[in-house]
Design a protein around this ligand. Structure first.
Ligand code: PMP
Length: 456
């Protein structure tokens, strides 16, 4: 009863992010009620394993009381402090210092946002300001990567390279350019890692030449492309791209909104890539989804250039909720939990997850299995030899998502027929095994689906 009335109220009033308005009205909302660890319960009492940590964010798992207490303590003591007018609060100051200590290289200066989209958007503004301060205002062209995701702010959506974020929105802008993804499974140059790296380097160089060496402001890359379908680049790819940017003095921005905070193992994926970006964005795992927060990390030289350029003038970029004390208190406690054993647990659980998913390769519908740590994907095909994707007419995304829910599993289901996994780092061995086992069952029923059979 309660569920039905909520579904109706939702239909009438709540606009959902990145959803088909009409499709959502027809399907209705699935109301989640409570959660503990990696298990969520819906309003009908059904239990599901959350193999996607909410939206790649609840890395600690749900129901961590110490995080709740940290937030409550901060709310009682000081629920809000502005960062404007030289004012601040203890929690965000301590958080900035803790993060700078752990960040790659000299990424010592941190601007806090409310999430990933405004972190990316902030980098665009700071980078424009940086090049003005350097006396090169014509460096105003930005390059990102096909299948990349950098949020859905007005400017960030144009760096994102997914059609739904562009069509009808007038995105991307003329100053936003793309090069091809490394997408190993479907790369036109084949699957050889070195060939893929060389092709990407050549394409980036060609794009820089086309736009003009003195026109390119920045290049954006996710260490692993998340929303494009969990696309893992060959080892050394990120470093090769970073080196090209350094050669031309182009700022390299690592978007670690998904990969940060243990998702692939270490606190930041850049550390395992052995690179120091000029700027880095994070969100999601920063607060493990318990409160909204993102961050922009800037290198010493980016920060100094902006500071010198501005002189006594205010750098006019900021939000009422920049460096929110409650979110910062949450992030500090989340960091304590990560380092108190959750990062280590995530590494162990990640090995088990990858091994389990690799075991699905024998299934007739599985074309590719990829991932690193607790970030993985299984790509479905109807013909393994030809790598034929599931036909768009069968609407793979909603179909697969529905099947998974029926089997007590929450995963991401990408439009091209790819399952995405990003379980909480706290998952037990049994929960990891269940994620794999339930995936196999979903694959089996999908194989019996007459519309899928017709496409084979
Ligand atoms: N960058 C990346 C790499 C992301 O994955 C996301 C979110 N999925 C964003 C930016 C945007 O973050 P948010 O949804 O918190 O605005």
């Amino acid at each position: 009863m309660l569920t039905n009335s909520l579904i109706e109220l939702d239909r009438q009033h709540l606009v959902h992010p990145v959803s088909s308005f009409r499709g959502h009205e027809a399907r209705g909302v699935r109301v989640l009620k409570s959660a503990k660890g990696a298990i969520v319960r819906d309003s009908e009492g059904r239990e599901l394993i959350d193999g996607f940590a909410g939206l790649w964010c609840v890395n600690t798992g749900y129901g961590q009381d110490s995080i709740v207490e940290a937030a409550a303590r901060q709310m009682r003591e000081l629920p809000y402090a502005t960062g404007y007018f030289d004012i601040g609060a203890e929690a965000p100051i301590r958080l900035a210092s803790e993060l700078a200590d752990r960040a790659p290289g000299d990424l010592n200066h941190i601007y806090f946002t409310l999430g990933g989209s405004d972190a990316v958007d902030s980098t665009i503004r700071y980078i424009r300001y940086y090049w003005h301060a350097k006396g090169q205002p014509n460096r105003d062209q930005f390059i990102s990567i096909e299948q990349g995701y950098h949020g859905s702010s007005t400017m960030g959506a144009g760096l994102t390279a997914l059609p739904a974020f562009h069509d009808g929105f007038g995105a991307p802008y003329a100053w936003q350019h793309k090069i091809s993804s490394h997408y190993v499974y479907r790369n036109p140059v084949g699957t050889d890692p070195q060939a893929i790296i060389e092709a990407s380097v050549a394409e980036l160089r060609a794009k820089i030449a086309e736009l003009g060496e003195d026109r390119v402001a920045a290049f954006y890359a996710e260490p692993i492309q998340g929303s494009g379908g969990v696309l893992v680049p060959p080892t050394g790819w990120v470093k090769a791209m970073r080196d090209v940017c350094a050669e031309y003095g182009i700022l390299f921005v690592a978007d670690e909104v998904i990969t940060g905070f243990g998702r692939t193992g270490p606190i930041f994926a850049c550390l395992e890539e052995d690179i120091v970006p000029d700027l880095m964005t994070v969100a999601k795992g920063l607060t493990a989804g318990y409160a909204p927060m993102g961050a922009v990390f800037m290198s010493d030289s980016v920060y100094e250039t902006i500071a010198q350029g501005a002189g006594p003038k205010a750098v006019g970029h900021g939000f009422t909720y920049s460096a929110h004390p409650v979110s910062a208190a949450v992030a500090l406690e989340v960091l304590r939990l990560y380092e108190g054993g959750l990062f280590e647990r995530g590494i162990e659980a990640g090995k088990r997850l990858m091994a389990g998913l690799e075991g699905l390769r024998d299934h007739p519908l599985v074309g590719d299995v990829r991932g690193r740590g607790m970030l993985a994907a299984v790509e479905l095909v109807v013909d393994k030899e030809k790598k034929t994707p599931l036909p768009a007419e069968v609407q793979p995304a909603t179909r697969l998502l529905d099947r998974a829910w029926e089997h007590g599993l929450i995963v991401r289901s990408f439009p091209q027929g790819v399952f995405g996994y990003a379980p909480p780092l706290c998952c037990t061995d049994d929960e990891i095994d269940q994620i794999v086992e339930r995936t196999r069952r979903v694959l089996d029923v999908t194989l019996d689906d007459p519309e899928i059979i017709a496409a084979m």
